[in-house]
Design a protein around this ligand. Sequence first.
Ligand code: ATP
Length: 493
Amino acid sequence: MSNTNTSVENHFQNIISHAKEYGFVFPSSEIYDGLAAVYDYGQAGVELRRNLRDYWWKSMVQMHDNIVGIDAAIFMHPTTWKASGHVDSFSDPMVDNKDSKKRYRVDVLIEDKAAKLEAEGKVDDAKNLIAKMDALLTASDFKGLNELLTSEKIICPIAGNGNWTDVRQFNLMFSTQMGSVADDSDTIYLRPETAQGIFVNFLNVQKTGRMRIPFGIAQTGKAFRNEIVARQFIFRMREFEQMEMQFFVRPGSEMEWYNLWKQKRMAWHKSLGIPENKLRFHDHTKLAHYANAAVDIEFEFPFGFKEVEGIHSRTDFDLKQHEAFSKKKMQYFDNDVNPETGKPYGNYVPYVVETSVGLDRLFLLTLSNAFEEQILPKEDGTTDSRSVLHLPAILAPYKAAILPLMKKDGLPETAKEIADSLRKHFNIFYEEKDTIGKRYRRMDALGTPFCICVDHQTLQDQTVTVRHRDAMTQDRIHISEIKPMIDKAVEIF
Ligand code: ATP
């Protein structure tokens, strides 16, 4: 097996093309030229994404007797976001034209200019401009952004001049109106994180579930951010899904839990076959206002090491804020005896350790890690090639493909019978079109671990050929052995 010598950029482009060609990810509303940083999952993508979500849910909720799940609404009372700090400090830079009074996001203006340069054939200038902008945005250098607007002669399309205000912050939350008459209605937000749905339900779950500290509440669901730099496919989206778990602990014990969850979450990523050298921790040096420790788990994407998951020790910040804004107590009564005082710990606002991973980013990680373009030497000295997704069986969209060798002699009927008996247990692909070689290649591209070929011998002795995706080897097994073989491959715990 050998990798083709594609450049890093080409490799990433090939992953994006592969995702589209095989029904994993499509640009949203593509017939209207798409919507920036919004994507749809196709027939194969939806399965892979669901498998990732299920695997997370099983390892976080099913495998821990002190973690339960919830599913909170996307819309929340607007005060939630005042309490959490998002209304005041979740923002990105924007600028107004003093004459037209029109407001723009600075990145959109600069990107438009870069697109013009590119259209004029000045590709390097366009790339440099984007790189400069990214550096200024990352450093929150607003003065530098104003200077870039001037030096690049970026003008307001309405006023026709560059008479700009100072660059200012712009909130990343999407807002909408609730109620049928806009005047009467309240502004509400599409949640920018799922965590707050957990905090506001902390006591509901603790009381009705009779949970004792330490315990966790897990949730998966959509989050929305009007991201300012959104260019790396599904790495940074405006609509995405988070999988978060808030673990409520006794004050003072948070660092112990933080370190434990750090290790557990890293082990989880490795359990999906991600090589050790492609994962690393990145400690935050500049902590968010609510955290007393924070670390990212980073993966080496085709464009470098980037965050996939954050583990944060959020102190009692969120619960205390909700207590202050709602005027409702967010306390827990701990009747365990404190060995230092000999008395129960009593009432307190718990501390929280959070694990937060983006499902879509995890999807990109999985595709990046699994995708390989292989050159295969042939006996006659020439070569062949194939694109393959080396997905763990538990994540593969289809666990097996059932393929009759020919479309005659009763082979399709037998193959369909086998497919139907397996369908009750696994997602199965049935296909009779094309040569068997072409069908194997298509299954490799979808990451299907097993191809089961039904031939004339099957009719004689009830055996089939199993062709293994990664090694491309073939075995002959009895039909009754197929299910146990797949069961073993998808066993995880
Ligand atoms: P980044 O620094 O990349 O913007 P963040 O630190 O703002 O991410 P968190 O608020 O900690 O991210 O969110 C937790 C996780 O949610 C991230 O680790 C990431 O996997 C995912 N996530 C955050 N923003 C996006 C996005 N715009 N698109 C896809 N996934 C995202």
